[in-house]
Design a protein around this ligand. Sequence first.
Ligand code: HEC
Length: 183
Amino acid sequence: MSLNTGAEGDPVFARGEIVYHLRIQDDPKQARFRDWLLSDIGKRTIESFAPDQGPPFSASFEVASAEASEVIDGNTALGEALSMTHCGRCHVIGPQNRMNGLGSTPSFAVLRTLPDWDERFQAFFALNPHPAFTQIEGLTPPFDPSRPSPIHPVEMTLDDLDAILAFVSVISAADLGAPLQHQ
Ligand code: HEC
């Protein structure tokens, strides 16, 4: 039996934007546990659990499941950390760095609302202003020695970008708000 944030198994509860799935083996005890988690009593138990830190758990994730087609599989937690490291100096990633993004730079939540957000993120390293300071291992040519990166460069791999895409795919329009009103 395992609990994971990928799409395998049955969605059992959510925390923030992340839906947890329970994968069980062919075992009646495990099936009973899953049924309990999905029952009214199980759901009430999940929702009454108040963690000391971070968002509460929720047993109603219909919205998230309805948007599942837009969700990209991958390590969203890693993607969040990489977004903070590589993009968070300019972009507001979420509540984590709401105060630290550059006002002139669109927040990830705003970019996420664009219908072609995934294409833009997949190609961000080729879209201005990123080429001047971004190196994707094995993909982008090295900086022209006569035009070195003007700032501390963003150096990452395509795997890192995949994780970032997975993270951005689970950002919801609910994270909109302050950044958009400022613009
Ligand atoms: C040094 C600042 C800076 C960093 C670091 C940075 N960006 Fe950006 N990014 C910008 C600015 C400024 C824009 C807006 C460009 C515009 O509006 O023309 C932008 C725009 C974008 C866009 C929209 C591009 C388009 O043309 O539609 C995407 C997608 C994006 N960034 C992704 C990322 C990702 C992913 C990272 C981290 C891996 C990142 N950015 C790191 C400054 C930055």
